[in-house]
Design a protein around this ligand. Structure first.
Ligand code: OFO
Length: 169
C-alpha cells in the first residue's frame, strides 16, 4: 500500500502533467493559427508526450493500490507574442516541472519509498531531455531573428517530429 502523502503528491503531479498537455495543445493551436504547421506538429507531439507522463503516474498509483484523483485542470494561455516567446514560456514551465519532480524525489527519500524513488528516475532523465530540446530551439530562434526564410526552414524541421508512445509500466 502506498503512503498517503506520496499518493497525494503523485495525484497533484498527474494534474501538473495534464496541465502541461493542455498548455502545449494550446500552443499547437496558436502555431497552426499563425501558419507554422511544423511548430504546431512539434507541440502536438509534446501534448501527446505529456499525456503519456500523466498516464504513467496514473498507472503507477493504481498499481500500488492507491487512489487516483483527477483535479480540475486550469486554463492555459492561448496567445503568445512570438514563437520565441512560446518556447521561452515552455522552458520556464519545464523548469517548474523539474522542481516538482525533485520535490517528489525528496519526499520518496524521506518516506523510504524506494519504488516511487525508482519510478522518478525516469522522469529526471526525461526532464533533462525536455529542457535541452527547448534550449536548442530557443537558441535557433534567436539566431533566426526576423529572417522569415530561417523560420520556415525550422518549421519544416519541427514538422518531422513523431510521437513514440512511452512505456506506462
Ligand atoms: Fe514536459 O515533462 Fe512532463 O510535464
Amino acid at each position: 500500500m502506498i503512503d498517503k502523502d506520496v499518493e497525494e503528491e503523485l495525484n497533484k503531479q498527474i494534474n501538473e502533467e495534464m496541465y502541461s498537455a493542455y498548455l502545449y495543445l494550446s500552443m499547437s493551436a496558436y502555431f497552426e493559427n499563425i501558419g507554422l504547421k511544423g511548430f504546431a506538429n512539434w507541440m502536438y507531439v509534446q501534448y501527446q508526450e505529456e499525456m503519456g507522463h500523466a498516464m504513467k503516474f496514473y498507472r503507477y498509483v493504481q498499481e500500488r493500490g492507491g487512489k487516483v484523483r483527477l483535479y480540475a485542470i486550469k486554463e492555459p494561455p492561448h496567445e503568445w507574442k512570438s514563437p520565441l516567446d512560446a518556447f521561452e514560456q515552455t522552458l520556464k514551465h519545464e523548469k517548474h516541472i523539474t522542481e516538482c519532480i525533485n520535490n517528489l524525489v525528496d519526499l520518496a527519500e524521506k518516506k523510504k519509498d524506494r519504488a516511487t524513488f525508482n519510478l522518478l528516475q525516469w522522469y529526471i532523465d526525461e526532464q533533462v531531455e525536455e529542457e535541452a530540446n527547448d534550449e536548442e530551439i530557443i537558441a535557433q530562434l534567436k539566431l533566426i531573428g526576423d529572417n522569415g526564410q530561417g523560420l520556415l526552414m525550422l518549421d519544416r524541421e519541427l514538422g518531422q517530429r513523431t510521437y513514440t508512445p512511452i512505456n506506462q509500466g
